[in-house]
Design a protein around this ligand. Sequence first.
Ligand SMILES: [Zn+2]
Length: 60
Amino acid sequence: MPLEAGLLEILACPACHSPLDDRSAAEKPELVCTGTDCGLAYPVRDGIPVLLVDEARRPA
Ligand SMILES: [Zn+2]
């Protein structure tokens, strides 16, 4: 399920307030923070981004 158009533009990482990049794979939709020192990946559930640091995947 694609994100609603324009939604990505108004979203920001709750940890560092950098823009988010849609790097969704078909089986694993997620939004990845573009902050160089952050890089958290937030899950998207049922088309709704879960912008919670506790739910985010840490960069490798
Ligand atoms: Zn961030």
